[in-house]
Design a protein around this ligand. Structure first.
Ligand SMILES: Cc1cc2nc3c(=O)[nH]c(=O)nc-3n(C[C@H](O)[C@H](O)[C@H](O)COP(=O)(O)OP(=O)(O)OC[C@H]3O[C@@H](n4cnc5c(N)ncnc54)[C@H](O)[C@@H]3O)c2cc1C
Length: 471
């Protein structure tokens, strides 16, 4: 059905970030075809408004918010246009989710080479932020697996980009935060798999030094590596947690691959213990989402993880742990939550994170989540990756802690920048223009702005994030 393209109150709505900590009233249009994108550009021009593209709205920050402007919701442009099970090449509309993609390809023996920690994201959103998975050290970001994309620029020009054709736009629109044009189709190469299962090894780690050593040490021998870090305990235990490293199964390691690659062996169950509906589980988490409750949860998790063990897990269960509890982010309560993910070179990570974790415990604003990953650099323009590690931390926002939390995250930024680190534009809500200039460098920002001038001379594409960081 064609969208009603007018600036009527019917199209005016309040949008939020994934963590429900930010709100932006905007005109929102759910588009069904490329022609409508062009109509929206015209409407914006005629009314002096700006436009932000939105996929599934799963960014933790203001990447797909545009207060007072127009938001183009691409989630209805979600058709898989071509799928070739012989080569593993798939062409999709930009609103196809990672979920729809793996449902299509896994029964044929393929898996998306890079996935985010939730399967609800769209391919357009994933390219714009250039998402990384638990295999970033090996497979790079999703952009490295894009064969080709087409996009509509605000000038009205339709372009096709590959790593060789329009290469400057290929490497800048991927990672470009939807600020240069709108992806209209995306062609990706899938990864061939011989089983629907992964073999997962779990090791306890007792402090930050051991934590980072194990991530570094295990990565070369595994397809995926990820760590859980207990952010609630300091002192000698600071940085303790658990490392998971996983490998694909090959040859006859899986006795029944045809079965394990079927969707019913992969899909996460809708009920816990077959009885309790998962959709309400977040309500039971709420009483624990405070400093004391979460300290208890982390301590119990750490004790339970002290045993070194090996097990087999479906791809979906390994990658999309957070999707087990729908709406888990609502457990943070009214103020919502924000995520802070820093990327640090392997030489400086331990010192910087020791300082940040200690600071958060001292100030009484601990993070309720700590996830670590191993990374390598890539050649996309607004890259967030380094030869090192990342640590993602979730903070509950309340009226009481809002300003002290914001101040602490600015202090974190200084630590990260002094240590030669980077930030990720899909996550952090505090990164300032000055911080971005420091880690991206003036040359990169100048290049990005020149490309913006070429693709979007009238600055039609703007988001709250763009104004915060590049405005
Ligand atoms: C639970 C959870 C786990 C996550 N885990 C990871 C992870 O492991 N690794 C990781 O890298 N990220 C992760 N993320 C972040 C997430 O993958 C990114 O924020 C991703 O961009 C969200 O996709 P989306 O479709 O929701 O896009 P949105 O949030 O709606 O938009 C993101 C950006 O893409 C742009 N955009 C969207 N569609 C288009 C289009 N068609 N053309 C041009 N621009 C477009 C928007 O303007 C915006 O700048 C996670 C997020 C959540 C909520």
């Amino acid at each position: 059905m064609e969208a009603n393209i007018s600036l009527s109150l019917k199209n005016f709505t309040q949008l939020e970030n994934f963590g429900h900590s930010l709100r932006a009233p905007s005109y929102c249009f759910r588009l069904t075809c490329v022609e409508e994108v062009d109509k929206i550009f015209r409407l914006a021009r005629e009314n002096g408004l700006t436009v932000t593209v939105r996929g599934a709205g799963r960014s933790y920050n203001d990447a797909s918010l545009n207060g007072g402007g127009i938001v183009l919701d691409m989630s209805a442009m979600n058709q898989i246009l071509e799928w070739d099970p012989a080569t593993g090449v798939v062409r999709c509309e930009p609103g196809v989710t990672i979920e729809k993609l793996w449902h299509q390809v896994e029964p044929d023996g393929w898996w998306p080479p890079v996935v985010s920690g939730t399967m609800k994201t769209t391919l357009g959103g994933c390219l714009s932020t250039n998402v990384h998975g638990k295999n970033n050290f090996k497979m790079g970001p999703i952009g490295e697996h894009v064969v080709e994309f087409t996009a509509l620029l605000p000038t009205g020009e339709e372009i096709t980009c590959t790593p060789k054709k329009n290469a400057d736009l290929f490497y800048s629109m991927i990672s470009g935060l939807g600020m240069l044009g709108v992806f209209t189709s995306i062609t990706l190469q899938m990864k061939h798999v011989e089983s629907g299962l992964l073999e997962v090894h779990a090791w306890p780690v007792h402090d930050l030094h051991e934590h980072l050593f194990l991530l570094l040490d295990k990565a070369p021998n595994y397809d995926y590596v990820v760590g859980w870090l207990d952010t609630m305990n300091g002192g000698k235990s600071l940085g303790r947690g658990q490392i998971h490293a996983a490998n694909y199964l090959h040859g006859n390691e899986d006795p029944n691959p045809q079965k394990t690659m079927q969707l019913n062996s992969q899909i996460l169950p809708p009920r816990i213990f077959g009885v309790f509906p998962k959709s309400n589980l977040y309500l039971f988490m709420r009483p624990f989402v405070n400093n004391l409750g979460w300290w208890g949860v982390n301590t119990a998790k750490y004790v339970a993880s002290l045993r070194k063990h090996t097990f087999r897990q479906s791809h979906a269960a390994f990658h999309f742990l957070l999707d087990y509890v729908p709406n888990w982010e609502l457990s943070a309560g009214r103020g919502g939550l924000i995520q802070y993910q820093s990327f640090l070179p392997k030489e400086t990570a331990e010192y910087a994170w020791r300082e940040m974790l200690t600071m958060s415990l001292r100030r009484g604003i601990p993070s309720y989540l700590g996830v670590t990953k191993r990374h390598r650099p890539d050649k996309f323009l607004l890259t967030h990756a380094v030869d090192g590690f990342s640590l993602a931390m979730d903070f509950k926002v309340t009226n009481k802690n809002r300003s002290t939390l914001s101040k602490m995250l600015q202090d974190f930024d200084r630590v990260v920048l002094n240590a030669g680190g980077r930030f990720y534009f899909a996550k952090n809500s505090e990164t300032s223009a000055e911080a971005a200039r420091t880690f991206l460098g003036t040359e990169t920002i100048t290049k990005f702005k020149e490309l913006k001038k070429r693709c979007d001379p009238n600055h039609l594409l703007e988001s709250d994030l763009y104004r915060r960081v590049f405005g």
